[in-house]
Design a protein around this ligand. Structure first.
Ligand SMILES: [Fe+2]
Ligand SMILES: [Fe+2]
Length: 609
């Protein structure tokens, strides 16, 4: 219903009537009634200015064929004829004004609606273009039709499958998946959706291609999602309304589909690039793992542990991790950093990475030492025969020979033990190594050499582990290489922290780590997580050159000691224990004989020192 009372201002109407009154018989009363509102009333006292009153002149006012009000004139009795002409003129003026205002308002309303539609489209286009994931683009497109009154009851996006057909990706509407499965099974779908352009089919029941697959449906709208000549998918809308879809609905859907197709293509390209980058990362991680049989799987397992810890820190809603957020970008960055944290090892020589014993170089030189001992044993045998030939008593020659063999066996067993690096080598041990080294043996040319070379003495005298200081430096330098390699990758903004996360895995909380000697506050939480994941994986790895696979309780005890020494982050280690992350990991990755009982309560209560 048109509210005409809002179209005319009472003061303006009053002025028009006042201008007309002198032309009317004196004593004429006038009123303008619009809808339920008596807008103006002049000289009404004593007059019956109501419809049907005797002698009343009523001039109807209309808009779009609808009666919206009337001009009422009540001339003195007997003067109706004199008032009629002027009344008609006044009514004509009012009608004209009403129509002008009505027209102006219609134009304004249409402009506003167009503007609203434009604003909605602009917002939709922005949403579509901001979506970097194919699924998000599809969701953004359907959102523009879902819940939009009087347009579609159902909507679905199908994506082009590898077999050239369409796979339903997302839909809206009651039981939409089943509804669209039935629509997809129709001949109409097969024939119409193969065309290059979209269209509307209202009055579905009249189509010979439609067998009532979905009886409630009255109309379908379908549009291919194509970009750069490639058909990426299909938008299908369905309606139960008898009036179906309008040309305006199709136009709007075309605009949105064309934007969505471009956004979808960009998102698919972006996803493909991400996938390619991730596969490169996996190739590098596999190459590092493949380089040493002893650390096989390290670069694959460290990310799992790191992400398990990060996930729990993210879920924690109280201090110290209340502010730690693991969103998708962060998760990606951590996973890539964990896979690449040891990428510098590609330039570390294998014989250092895998150095199982102190005399390992490219080959284990203990075998050479063993041969020299064998030479000395034979020298002893020759000495025995010479003694006997020289007339020495057999008992005495045998005793000297046996004593020499015992001494050689004892020395070699001692060197063998030193070579393993399992125990601390004291200064007394070093003195004995040097003394053994001073014994001489003869080569094939009869040349005399010390039993151990200088380099062999140097390596056997390593007090802890198997690496000498130079080799330890080579090993530690793998992080320097990691940093230098990762610094050359131009990471996107979302992955800008990868290098920092990967570079900190050998830093200690007290600043005594390497390569940069950073302290806890200089390391991000992900970098600190990396250190714990790296150590836990190494301690529980199935095979290491220098020891057997560690049991869970032993690994936890070692790491607890590291926490007390301010080597690893105490808060993260406590989270690792309290959330039983070690156990969840162990159950899927460790051998059953490694998983023993761990009582974490005393560790968490600070009772273990
Ligand atoms: Fe490392
Ligand atoms: Fe590592």
């Amino acid at each position: 219903m048109i509210k005409a009372e809002q179209f005319l201002k009472p003061a303006w109407v009053r002025r028009q009537i006042e201008l007309a009154l002198p032309l009317l018989p004196p004593g004429t009363a006038a009123a303008l009634q619009l809808g339920e509102v008596r807008l103006v009333e002049i000289g009404a006292a004593g007059h019956g200015l109501v419809e049907g009153a005797p002698g009343l002149l009523a001039y109807p006012l209309t808009l779009e064929g609808e009666r919206v009000g009337e001009l009422l004139l009540s001339p003195p009795a007997g003067n109706a004829a004199a008032a009629e002409t002027c009344g008609g003129l006044l009514a004509h003026a009012l009608q004209g004004m009403l129509e002008t205002e009505h027209g102006r308002r219609s134009v304004a309303r249409e402009s506003l609606e167009s503007y609203r539609e434009m604003a909605l489209l602009q917002r939709a286009v922005t949403d579509l273009n901001h979506s970097l994931k194919p699924a998000a683009v599809v969701a953004a497109l359907l959102k523009e039709f879902d819940g939009r009154k009087n347009v579609a009851d159902y909507g679905a996006v199908f994506l082009s499958g590898a077999d050239g057909g369409y796979d339903q990706e997302l839909s809206f509407g009651a039981d939409a998946t089943e509804v669209f499965a039935r629509i997809k099974g129709s001949r109409l779908f097969a024939e119409k959706t193969a065309s290059e352009t979209g269209d509307i089919l209202n009055d579905l029941s009249s189509s010979p291609l439609w067998s009532g697959e979905e009886p409630d449906l009255q109309a379908l709208l379908w549009l291919p999602l194509a970009s750069h000549g490639e058909r990426l998918g299909l938008l299908v809308l369905a309606s139960r309304r008898a009036e179906g879809f309008s040309a305006a609905d199709l136009k709007r859907a075309q605009t949105l589909s064309s934007v969505a197709a471009t956004a979808l293509r960009n998102a698919q390209l972006y996803a493909a690039e991400q996938k390619m980058f991730q596969s490169f990362v996996r190739v590098i991680a596999t190459a590092i793992d493949a380089k040493s049989p002893y650390t096989a799987g390290h670069c694959r397992r460290v990310p799992e542990i790191a992400l398990m810890i990060a996930e729990r820190a993210h879920q924690a809603d109280s201090a110290p991790f209340a502010d730690f957020v693991l969103d998708e970008d962060q998760r990606n960055a951590m996973e890539i950093a964990a896979m690449l944290h040891d990428c510098g090892k590609v330039v570390t020589p294998e014989w250092v990475v895998d150095k199982a014993t102190k005399l390992d170089s490219i080959a284990n030189r203990l075998d050479l030492v063993a041969m020299r001992f064998e030479v000395l044993r034979r020298d002893a045998l020759i000495a025995r025969y010479r003694a006997l030939a020289g007339g020495e008593a057999e008992a005495s020659a045998n005793a000297a020979y046996q004593e020499r063999l015992r001494q050689l066996d004892d020395d070699f067993a001692f060197l063998e033990k030193c070579n393993l690096g399992g125990e601390f080598v004291s200064s007394e041990h070093i003195a004995r190594i040097e003394s053994i080294a001073r014994q001489l043996w003869s080569d094939a040319d009869g040349e005399r050499h010390p039993l151990l070379s200088e380099n062999e003495v140097y390596n056997l005298s390593v007090q802890r582990g198997t690496l000498n200081p130079e080799e330890r430096k080579i090993i530690e330098d793998h992080v320097v290489h990691t940093i230098s390699m990762l610094s050359q990758i131009s990471f996107p903004r979302s992955l800008r922290n990868v290098t920092e996360y990967a570079a900190g895995h050998h830093e200690h909380m007290d600043g005594r780590g390497y390569p940069r000697g950073l302290k806890r506050e200089q390391l991000s939480i992900p970098a600190r997580i990396m250190a714990i994941a790296d150590i836990f994986e190494a301690l529980t790895a199935p095979d290491r050159p220098y020891r057997k696979p560690g049991k869970l309780s032993w690994a936890i005890a070692v790491m607890h000691r590291m926490k007390l020494d301010n080597h690893i982050d105490g808060d993260l280690f406590d989270l690792f224990l309290s959330e039983k992350i070690y156990l969840a990991y162990a159950q899927t990755h460790l051998a059953a004989n490694q998983i023993d009982e761990v009582d974490v309560a005393p560790y968490l209560a600070g009772q273990v020192r």
